[in-house]
Design a protein around this ligand. Structure first.
Ligand code: HEM
Length: 156
């Protein structure tokens, strides 16, 4: 992908603007998807409130994993590396991108499997594995980002 050109005065030797832009695009996608899940999750809550028989699992996970977690993923990718990491770099942009697809595919697959009573099938287990792996990857990526930010810093 073509790196965005910045005027010389806006360039810094401290960080790689193209890498930051790429990371912010991942963050943006997470936040965007979180809003989609919130709209659907809350609407399903309204229907359940009115007595429509929709599994609570679907409403709860659209709101908690879909909205809250995805929003946190997006905001963390946007805010944490600049806050703590030296040179403002995330440990791995590739892992962040992979995590985006695992989280979304995993959540939607898990909800589909639950709705169709297919939890104990390859679809259900695979989707659940993707959703859990997405969280582990996030924890690892953030943990290594924080760890890297300490390298070379004075103790204390
Ligand atoms: C206007 C918005 C919402 C409405 C109308 C709504 C409605 C409901 C209803 C009717 C239930 C089922 C209660 C029952 O019969 O046991 C429920 C459960 C639940 N909702 Fe919502 N909800 C809304 C927003 C949210 C949000 C924003 C979240 C999370 C961020 C959320 C998380 C949950 C969870 C975790 C449960 C399961 C609770 C349990 O089974 O113990 N809901 N909601």
């Amino acid at each position: 992908m073509q790196a965005k050109a910045y005027p010389a005065w806006a360039q810094s030797t401290l960080y790689d603007q193209a890498a930051l832009d790429a990371l912010y695009r991942v963050a943006f996608r997470f936040v965007l998807m979180s809003l989609v899940y919130l709209a659907f999750g809350v609407s399903l809550g309204g229907l359940i409130f009115l007595g429509v028989r929709i599994p609570i699992f679907i409403h709860a996970h659209l709101n908690l994993y879909g909205f809250l977690l995805m929003f946190i993923f997006g905001m963390a990718y946007k805010l944490v590396p600049p806050m703590f990491a030296r040179r403002q770099q995330l440990f791995s942009l590739r892992l962040a991108r992979l995590q985006f697809w695992l989280a979304n595919g995993g959540l939607l697959g898990m909800i589909g499997a639950y709705a169709l009573h297919l939890e104990a099938t390859a679809l259900g287990v695979g989707a659940m594995g993707m959703a859990v792996a997405a969280v582990w990857i996030f924890v690892l990526n953030m943990g290594l980002t924080l760890n890297g930010s300490n390298r070379g810093m004075p103790d204390g």
